[in-house]
Write a protein that binds this ligand. Structure first.
Ligand code: NI
Ligand code: MN
Length: 223
């Protein structure tokens, strides 16, 4: 499996000749290295309706004939705007052609500028035998212990930006509960309000049984 970071909370996950994009905030994302037009994927996973996550999901869905995958309310919002979609909800998993997706809780809001789009979520994505956990936007929650116990997480993507989500200290605690093999920080340095030093996250996890990978936008990681 190959993970490519596009800044903020956007990742492209590839494996078995299939690929998905998570939280495709590209237009307006000062860190993104690609444009929506360049994205070729089999599915578009969206954690919640905020513009910095929903991003270009509808455009990418239409262009690739790739379903938007997310909560029922958010997928309905995208369907009404011409996307294709596959609605799910918290705690539910589904086997797609590219792999398995399961929705987890996230403690945050979820609305667009004009519509309420249900609850936010996180994703467990399993492709080619490897599992990635994308926490979405969330504060720290103790059910991360449960997520860690019931899944063998190869790579956990956790927000560290503070203000809207967990900051560094809570993200370090989150990794302790999730017990992934690799931890990758996200949702930081896109805007001044979420400015963080990812090396502080690395230092917080020093001596713990996890590898920290700080990805630059455009950079990839092989799992
Ligand atoms: Ni948000
Ligand atoms: Mn956000």
């Amino acid at each position: 499996m190959k993970l490519t970071y596009q800044g903020h909370s956007c990742f492209i996950v590839e494996g078995k000749g299939q690929s998905v994009i998570i939280d495709p905030f590209l237009n307006g994302n000062p860190l993104a290295k690609i444009t929506p037009k360049e994205v070729k994927v089999n599915a578009v996973l969206v954690t919640h309706g905020h513009g910095d996550h929903l991003g270009d999901a509808v455009e990418i869905s239409k262009k690739n004939n790739a379903p938007v995958i997310g909560t029922f309310e958010l997928v309905n919002y995208c369907l009404a705007r011409g996307a294709t979609g596959h609605a799910m909800h918290i705690g539910g998993g589904h086997d797609f052609q590219f792999g398995r997706v399961k929705l987890t809780i996230a403690h945050h809001g979820s609305s667009t500028d004009t519509a309420a789009t249900g609850n936010p979520c996180g994703f467990l994505v399993t492709i080619d035998g490897k599992t990635v956990y994308h926490a979405g936007d969330t504060g720290l929650f103790s059910d991360m212990v449960l997520i860690g116990e019931t899944n063998s997480i190869d790579c956990a993507l956790v927000p560290i930006g503070d203000n809207f989500t967990m900051g560094v200290d809570d993200a370090v605690r989150a990794i302790g509960m999730l017990k992934p093999k690799i931890a990758v920080p996200m949702h930081y340095n896109t805007f001044d309000i979420i400015k963080q030093d990812p090396e502080a996250f690395r230092r917080g996890l020093a001596g713990k049984p996890v590898r920290v990978e700080v990805l630059k936008p455009g950079e990839s990681l092989e799992l």
